[in-house]
Design a protein around this ligand. Structure first.
Ligand code: ADP
Length: 351
């Protein structure tokens, strides 16, 4: 008999099923509800249905419930709240139950669908941006090579000192533009380059050398604390150095206006993760900027000082290595950038 099956069907459903009376009190909830929200069944049955709804969506759900009471079917998105305060985005179908003064709510958890959608959108955006940037960078490369090449030829030929100084400015400007173009190309070309077993400390020392001039110029004291027993990671050493260079030159740029500071760089390993931390004593990152610093083209620097691609490039590189990069900063007390790279447990010869 189908009626025998109903309780089993309701208990097996992936969606939450709720029956609500005209006062908005829950008269039935299947077991999905406590599973998803964490509320005990006693806390739900007999209580108002609206307490399950996230505050921000309360008004929407109330309006929809009024419409259902007038006999209309409704389908809409709203978030439920969990006992721990977190929100669950849901798709809710609500309708009057035929022949009864009760209303049926079928609620589907959209958490996974939403996160997939966001990931897809992000991937599409990155791909489109990558193509755009690669195209523009290629177009810029040719004229830039000509400017640089001919300015250098003229430099060899010109005897006049003023002219030499002007040419020097052109060459320096063109070189800076070339570096930006190279950054843009590196950003666009986040494909998977060749990887091998890499000693992270080695790449850090390489970067210390790369940016030593900038460190001196900004009066920054470098304090390396490198764990000599780090396991190797599977990585592209060139890309890792690019990440370290970027993070450290940002720190130098942040501390330069205050006349210098300290930059502590540590490497450690915990379980199957190698962690690299860069802590500076600069002005830190305002809360309002925290969520945006990894966005392409977000910069607080003046024209010619930054294009806002550094951190976005760094994050792309670290994520393509299966790792994570994030920032921590309590305004005014410096900034810390943390990179974690997976280091698979060492395999034995037999394996
Ligand atoms: P750019 O350096 O070209 O501005 P990035 O993507 O490297 O681009 O950095 C984005 C922004 O993040 C910077 O403009 C700056 O506001 C902020 N930022 C990065 N590193 C630091 C730091 N160590 N201290 C304070 N702010 C920082």
């Amino acid at each position: 008999m189908i009626s025998d099956l109903v309780p089993a069907i309701l208990a097996s459903m992936l969606d939450i099923v709720l029956v609500v009376d005209p006062d908005g009190a829950v008269t039935y909830a299947n077991s999905r509800l406590p599973e998803l929200t964490g509320f005990d069944p006693e806390e739900i049955v007999g209580q108002g249905v609206f307490r399950l709804v996230e505050n921000g969506d309360l008004e929407t759900v109330q309006h929809r419930f009024e419409a259902v009471q007038l006999g209309e079917d409704q389908e809409f998105e709203a978030a439920l709240r969990q006992t721990d305060g977190s929100r669950i985005p849901c798709l809710i179908a609500a309708s009057p139950i035929v022949g009864m003064e009760s209303y049926l709510f079928v609620v589907r958890d959209l958490t996974e669908a939403k996160s997939m959608q966001a990931q897809l959108l992000q991937a599409e955006k990155s791909a489109a941006l990558g193509r755009l940037v690669a195209g523009a960078a290629h177009e810029l490369n040719n004229p830039l090579t000509a400017v640089l090449g001919f300015a250098q030829i003229l430099q060899e030929e010109a005897d006049d000192e003023d002219l030499q100084a002007d040419l020097d400015r052109i060459v320096r400007g063109a070189m800076r533009a070339r570096r930006i173009v190279q950054d843009l190309l590196a950003f666009a070309r986040q494909q998977s380059p060749v990887r091998s077993a890499v000693d992270v400390n080695e790449t850090l020392r390489g970067s210390f050398e790369n940016i030593s001039r900038r460190i001196r110029r900004s009066k920054v004291t470098l304090e390396p604390e490198l764990d000599s027993s780090l396991p190797e990671v599977q990585a592209n050493a060139h890309q890792l150095k690019l990440v370290w260079d970027n993070i450290m030159s940002n720190a130098c740029q942040a501390m330069a206006p205050q006349g210098g500071g300290d930059l502590r760089v540590s490497s450690t390993h915990m379980g199957d993760v190698v962690r690299v931390m860069f802590s500076d004593t600069g002005p830190g990152i305002p809360m309002a900027h925290m969520s945006r610093i990894f966005d392409p083209f977000f910069t607080t620097k003046g024209v010619g000082e930054g294009v806002g691609l550094g951190l976005s490039l760094c994050q792309g590189i670290i994520e393509s290595h299966g790792g994570q990069l994030w920032a921590e900063s309590t305004g005014g007390e410096g900034a810390t950038f943390i990179v974690e790279l997976p280091s698979p447990p060492e395999t034995t010869a037999a394996e």
